[in-house]
Design a protein around this ligand. Sequence first.
Ligand code: AMP
Length: 584
Amino acid sequence: MEYARLVGAYENIDATTKRLEMTGHLVELFRETPPDLIDRVVYLSQGKLYPDFVGIEMGMDEKLAIRSLSLSSGYSESKIESEWKRSGDLGLTAAEVLKERKQVTLFREPLTVEKVYGNLEKIARATGPGSQYLKVKLLADLLGNASPDEAKYVMKAVTGKLRLGVADMTILDALAIAFADAKEARSEIERAYNLSSDLGMVAGMLAKHGLGAIKDFKITVGKPIRPMLAERLTSIEEIIEKTGGRCAAEYKYDGLRVQAHVSSEITLFSRRLENITGQFPDVCDALLKSIRAKEAIVEGECVPVNVETGEMLPFQQISHRRGRKHGVREAVEEFPVILFLFDCLYVDGEDLTGEDLLNRRERLKEIVEESARVKISDLVVTDDPRVFGSFFEKAIGDGCEGLLAKSIGADSRYRAGARGWQWIKYKRDYKSEMIDTIDLVAVGAFAGRGRRTGTYGALLMAAYDPDEDVFKTVCKLGAGFDDETLAKLPTLFKEYLIEHTHPRVRSELKPDYWLTPSFVLEVLGAEITLSPIHTCGLDAIREGSGLAIRFPRFTGTWRDDKSPEDATTVQEVVEMYERQLKRV
Ligand code: AMP
């Protein structure tokens, strides 16, 4: 197929902003394209060579592209560069320069789509020594045979600047009209796309084998499924009503969404369908050990954690794991993560996307053996706003962003690529920061794991209530201890360990060890939140809820100068919480 035909369509599409007209031009183009070539034509029309998840992008350095243009036109690089500065568009510059080319090529072969795609692909894949030279040659080879208009689009494509604004949905519309009875076919074609994220492949299948093949379309392990997305509401009652009176409330973990494709190896895709396998070798290892199926596609959220205490850490920590090509191993050590799985889309040949949420979750439980690094999301099924509310507070206290309410009815299938009311997120509508440190009393301790075996993973901390003369819990403190301090803790606490809760301690939590309130530690947290498990400020703000310090951290200062009764009081914590709200 002549590349000029594609360029003709590009020109027409470029000349309009109306979706219907764009669709019409695409329909004509697709009908004239040989079926074997349609995948490449679809990718090229979006300025790509492959679907995004393959991760090979065009984006040749402009300086190199100018060198190619100089080679094929006979103009100096500096002249081309100053032309480019003037026009601001290397595609236009290429067209202008080639209109007046000095170097006359005697035998110009007409460019074909196959040839253009082939050279662009080689350019995108070239790496290592000699690759710059190769890229310049490959592009010059195309430009040498191109008409000015063709050169314009080749240049835009190779530098990653071809943006015709053809959206996925417009291509789907055009495919449905070009190859089938549009009305009947549109949703089937979209379904196939949602299950594969590969427009070129869907186009090829439709052009070669017709709508029947699309109707039979099957999930392929290794091709990402477009993720289901959530709506948002701010009232619990409304959420319960929207989800049919009863819903599954799940922790909304604050991390990175991951879709894991498991076969003999693991491939991980981000929410935007980038292949992020290389950045998370630890997650791959953990999943390979946890999944009891030959093939599976599962989804979850990857959350940064403190391995010793199991506590979730602020989302920002995970950014250190993203986009790394080097130092991956160090990052794995320094910023460990847990994968909380929340969905199961495919198991051993069986497509589960049509199943109800709770069935999918059952399958997830069947095939996943939980481990320290792979867990299944926390969930309650409820129709009661109070249960929802206190589960929300627990989620916040555990370091989550809020809850995701999911419908569990007949409409709860996995809707790939869709944002709908079947998933509704419920987050806090305020964000606040704790500025002051507070001084808290250690009243219990949790046994350490991993590197903290033999010492403590976290301490149970309390504020002082002078009215009742008791200590009320407000957080588990695991962060901020250096190795030396940790090693000293068991000896330090030895004399203060007791068998039961101290009579002056009010706690709903049961630590592994109870302590006589004696030690005062300075603590800084991210903020104060409502909590269903801590007793500090219970009922003060809301009935049945206490207050908790979120993401608490030991500052390193032992307040030996303070007796436990001099610690921050419950009343002070309540006031800090109220001040926080006002600040927003
Ligand atoms: P948002 O990014 O605010 O639109 O919220 C939706 C995102 O929450 C999803 O894309 C996931 O990355 C994340 N998430 C966290 N926990 C869950 C869960 N239990 N179920 C579904 N998504 C979750």
